[in-house]
Design a protein around this ligand. Sequence first.
Ligand code: CIR
Length: 261
Amino acid sequence: MNALPILTAITRPVSASINRCELGYLPRREIDFQKAAAQHAEYEACLAGLGLRVVSLAPEPDLPDAVFVEDPAIVVGEVAIVTRMGVVSRRPEAESVARELARYRPVRWLREPATLDGGDVMHAGSALYVGSSRRTNAAGIRQLADELEPFGYAMAPVEVRDCLHMKSACCYLGNETILANRAWIDPAPFRNLRILDVAPEEPWAANVLAIGESAILPSCFPATRRILERAGWNVIPVDVSEIMKAEGGVTCMSLIFEAQL
Ligand code: CIR
């Protein structure tokens, strides 16, 4: 008899070297490692509180961005795709993520000349929106399509500007709805979805992690919180101020998928 699938979140602790992280659009600011680690632990507790099984990978103290496990892989029901990340310094993060994913899915790898970060991929049912960004190139989008279209996923490319990843600009909330900052994306590919706009004074607020009716949102975005609550989401605010200095948000720190173990 098959066990019921369990919503699983792969995470990894903040690296002691996080102050050497990559940055795309933000100026470098000192990150308090202890505080970042504590905020990360709260984030994991929040996932566990929502009923997820949290699988924490071993730390990678010498890989500054290793906490951002969303970027090295895309996981769908049938397969896991290990990406070839857009910055060379991050590519060694993929090996350990792939090893863990191999417990749950067949694993496939993107190859040169593809570059693609998981932060540029948004699932909405069988539609996959993929941002064309400084980190994700046309070969990355094409190889991802070649891997996933045979399983029935439809790939829609999205132009991203002025931010690191597509999911800095828009995230899927469920119920055919996205939260978005339209200044940073071309909204045309989302015409079949309802768009909730972030509060204009909170351009960074679109990176939200929706799990069922709940939405994990950085606590520094109270106006967008009200917008989400009015639309019916149960918002769970988390303080990720130190993580945000590394240009990360709430989706970046986990890889979430259903697993049967
Ligand atoms: C980087 O520049 O790659 C990291 N400092 C931040 C990555 C954030 N990841 C994400 O939004 N998916």
